[in-house]
Design a protein around this ligand. Sequence first.
Ligand code: PLP
Length: 427
Amino acid sequence: MTFRDDLDLAADWAAAYIERVGELPVAAEVAPGAIRARLPESPPERGEPFSALLRDLDEVLLPGISHWNHPRFFAWFSNTGSEPGVLAELLVAALNVNNMTWLASPAATELEVTVMDWLAQLLGLPRGWHGQIEDTASTATVAALAAARTVRPGGVVYASEQANFSVEKAARLVGLEFRKVEVDAEFRMRADFPLADATAVVATVGTTGTTSVDPVPELARRCEEAGVWLHVDAAYAGSAAVCPELRWCLAGVERADSLVVNPHKWLFTPMDCSALWTRRPEAFHEAFALVPDYLASTEGAIDLKDYGPALGRRFRSLKLWAVLRWYGAEGLRELIREHVRLAQLFASWVEAEPGWQVTAPHPFSTVCFRREGCDNFELARAATATGEVFVAATRLNGQDVIRLAIGNARTTEDDIRRTWEVLQSAL
Ligand code: PLP
């Protein structure tokens, strides 16, 4: 078999998978250790054909795969391994460049900077910010706090009690104290806490629990006055800003110091791809720039390794470029609008049904709801055990609730309708 033959096999596998993923049981139902027990204990002494790996992918691994690409995957923040993203990942591996410095692969650096500018335009962000791609929002937030620390060392990082736990982890990693700020009745961070000892405030646009939006304009004003860094975590909801009618969610962000949006959440880009912008690149440079003799910089060029924690950098911009070109602004808007419409439709069914309640505002594509008189963690488990849907539960104000997070480009109204039927009959 030649590489071309194997490519055909891989292409056939991927195409067939995408076509049939909706028919597979969406969540893996295996006991811990079951997949490992079916894998050889040691690597093969002799090389094996690629077809042997594909066979084991089907027979051994697939039963243990939870299908994030399934149109009825609604757990956590669902996402999409879109066609352009899948294709571009293949090309990224074929090129296998390491985008640590401009010299290491000039086109990779220049495409990254360009695609980040394109995305800034699509989201209505200010032009001229420095943008780069990190693996995850977790890393982007570590980078932002490390930059903030160069401006005001030794202070506290404030974020709401609804902020993603990656913010606390990032504070811990850069050696800053972390304090939680209370939220209001709609799960938004209160803006009236003291800032005197702060290094940074992290505001969330689209919290993990309910997708609430913190009062960024007010926080930006207070941070500006106090000389405190404002980082905005819009990992999920930032993508909504491709639609002008949803752009309110990024109001005030133009006055923030840094911002993260994850195209690998709600912008149809396969894992991993996290977009980080800053209007203060010099602080990132101070936090991260080191120039060893073997990586001398090039006059007039930017070396992205100097603006983030990693030296080795994947060519992630190629897949974001592929996604933005394949869908176009129009296609992205259409999908985001459809997801918001489906979420509102689902919420209206829940609200109309006696014994069920919607438990938080739902401005985007995620709905938190509960059935009264039962354990909603149990209900989510029972619904997921049908193999037809994947939903996860959480706790809000001490109450157990289920989250339906719509984010897959292949999800249709029929999928939402079926999910509602499954939920109503699961217990
Ligand atoms: N911020 C928010 C609001 C999130 O919901 C998440 C993950 O769901 C993160 C940050 C962390 O994202 P990542 O997995 O890219 O680190």
